[in-house]
Ligand binder design. Structure first.
Ligand code: SAM
Length: 225
C-alpha cells in the first residue's frame, strides 16, 4: 500500500531531526522537495542517498496527479520543504487533500516548525492562539489587519526581515503601541534572539540596526475590558 508522509526538517539547527524522520527519508521510494538543492545538502549531511524530485508551488497543481498515481501503485512518498513542517506556510496542503480524496493514507511526523518555539518563548498566552502565517503583501493586507482588531487570542505571524519595521508600525496603528508582543529571530541558529515587550519597545529595539534573518512575530490578543 502506498502512502504519503510529510516529514518536518530542521529550521536551522541540523540536530533537530527525529530518528523516525531519518528512517522515513531513507526508506521512501520518492522524496518530494521544494528545492532539490537545499534538500540535497540536508540529505548529504545525514548520509542519505535517496532520489529527490522537485515539488514546489509552481508545479504543485500539475505534479499532484502523477504523484497520486505513484502512491496508488504502492510507492511510499515523503514530502519535505526547505525548512520546518511541510504545508505550514509551505507546499503540501494540495497534495494532502488530493491523496485523501483518492483514499491514500497520509501521515505527518511531528517535528520542527518555527511558530511553536516563538509562541512559547513570547510568554504570551499559549492556551489559545491563531496562526496567521504571512500577511498579504499588498492587496488585502489592510482588510486582513482590520479583521484582527477584535481578536482576543494570541496572534502568530511569519514575516521577512526587510518588512519587520513596516509591519511593526502597522501593528502599532491597528493594535496600539502599548500592546504586548514578541519577535523571534533566527530560532535554533547561532544568532537566535527573542525580544519581548510592547510593540513600541520592540520597534525601537529593531530600528537601531539592520534586521537580518528569519522572523516570527507574536502579538497578544485584545484584552477583554
Ligand atoms: N514550514 C515552515 C515552518 O514549519 O515553520 C515555515 C516556512 S515559511 C516559507 C518561512 C518562514 O518561517 C520565515 O519567513 C519565518 O517567518 C519562519 N521561520 C522559519 N525558520 C525560522 C527560524 N529559524 N527562525 C525564525 N523564523 C523562522
Amino acid at each position: 500500500e502506498g502512502k504519503l508522509i510529510l516529514v518536518p526538517t530542521p529550521i536551522g539547527n541540523l540536530e533537530d531531526i527525529t530518528l523516525r524522520a531519518l528512517r522515513i527519508l531513507k526508506e521512501a521510494d520518492m522524496i518530494l522537495a521544494e528545492d532539490t538543492r537545499t534538500s540535497g545538502h540536508l540529505l548529504k549531511h545525514y548520509e542519505i542517498n535517496n532520489r529527490l524530485q522537485s515539488y514546489h508551488i509552481f508545479n504543485e497543481h500539475k505534479a499532484v496527479e502523477g504523484i497520486v498515481s505513484k502512491m496508488k501503485e504502492g510507492q511510499l512518498v515523503a514530502l519535505i520543504s526547505d525548512a520546518g513542517t511541510p504545508s505550514i506556510s509551505d507546499p503540501g496542503f494540495l497534495l494532502v487533500r488530493e491523496s485523501l480524496k483518492h483514499g491514500i493514507d497520509v501521515e505527518c511526523l511531528p517535528g520542527p516548525t518555527a511558530f511553536v518555539p516563538a509562541l512559547v518563548k513570547s510568554g504570551l498566552p499559549s492556551d489559545r492562539f491563531t496562526f496567521e502565517g504571512f500577511l498579504p503583501h499588498k492587496k488585502g493586507r489592510h482588510t486582513r489587519l482590520q479583521s484582527l482588531i477584535p481578536e482576543e487570542r494570541t496572534m502568530i505571524f511569519y514575516e521577512s526581515p526587510h518588512r519587520l519595521i513596516k509591519t511593526l508600525e502597522q501593528f502599532e496603528e491597528i493594535f496600539g503601541p502599548e500592546r504586548n508582543a514578541s519577535v523571534s529571530r533566527e530560532l535554533t541558529k547561532l544568532y537566535e534572539e527573542t525580544v519581548n515587550g510592547t510593540l513600541k519597545e520592540i520597534k525601537e529595539h529593531f530600528s537601531q540596526k539592520t534586521v537580518k534573518g528569519e522572523i516570527v512575530m507574536i502579538v497578544a490578543g485584545r484584552e477583554d475590558k
